[in-house]
Design a protein around this ligand. Sequence first.
Ligand code: HEM
Length: 359
Amino acid sequence: MPPSSAAPVRTTEFAPRLAALMNGHIGQDVFRLEPDTIGVAGPAIADRILAARRATEAERPTFKPLHGRSIAKNEASSVTRTLGNDVREALLKPVPDAVDLSGSWPLTGHLFLRDLILGQDPRRLRMLMSRNLELTPKLTWSVITIGAALPGWPRPRRHLTGLAQRAAQATGYQERRYAMGMYRRAAAPVCFTVSTLVANALWLGSPFDDSTSNRTIIHESLRLLPPSWNILRNASPEYPAVDDRIGENDDVLLLPLLSHRDPSLWDDADAFRPERWDDLDPETAPGYLPFGHVSERCWGRHMVMPLAELLLDLVRGSGLVVDPDQRVGKVPLLGLLGVDDVRLTRPARGRVHSPPNPG
Ligand code: HEM
């Protein structure tokens, strides 16, 4: 088992393959993972690989082809701008007084964000944010296929989000199907991924010291439990030229999960220490890639950060704590890295809580 990230009280238990990856390769720069896949965790070589060529459309996370149809760059940037406006508007709304964020995270945070950002959208679109759809892409496509075929397609209306307005303009079955897929593609990372990121932060460090900023907590959580824990680049002639341990048919899996815990890059690498970010720049810290490489950094990070900070602020202000009886947090092997059931409760009277990882 890899070292706990929240010693001494909580233990983070990684799925066996993640644990093997961490136990076997932290501190290595280039290593073979599979007969046709090379792992890369050294910051200098990761930098050269990611700078060697642009990601292909199939390698892009959010705007890879949708149902076999390429998404042009201008469409991707217009969808991102639309979503950015929707998020900005949601952030301006007053937060409902009676919001209860206790329960299992990231599900609870996900539902809160879904309602905050997409609450006014038609059910047919909002249901695309169901976490059950993460189980299989097939299920997602069945819901989309049915949703696009049913009569009563949403009409453009002023109160809808910009993202739903775009979908509402689609005409014909194929366009509607595509519009629903795009709605899910764009909105899922702000609901699923942001709540996963905040759940990870709560697991690693809650309750936080009042003087610790949300921003440093989030940077540190993105370091120890990066939701995007790997970045894939398919075999390409540029890569053997960067390092001769990479064969011409080797895919390259870059592993922020490992570089984020490399003891040669981080003091006390496994410890949750948000204050390290008081003196570090997340844009330039070597080996720190929660939003990808500087040459093609995530377009969504400017909406992700304020949403994550809002959510964290609400939890911190609510007095909720991670259930003191929860000692183990499991991190399954999924595309999105996170503790899958962080239980937030109200502290029992008289029970004293201290941060799990003081100093
Ligand atoms: C916590 C949430 C998110 C995380 C952790 C995250 C992480 C990442 C990472 C690691 C990359 C680099 C991938 C690569 O190089 O292959 C990336 C790229 C990208 N992300 Fe995000 N992302 C998040 C949310 C979003 C959102 C909300 C959007 C907008 C809809 C978005 C849009 C993009 C785009 C368009 C790229 C490709 C950039 C390019 O091609 O230059 N992401 N993201």
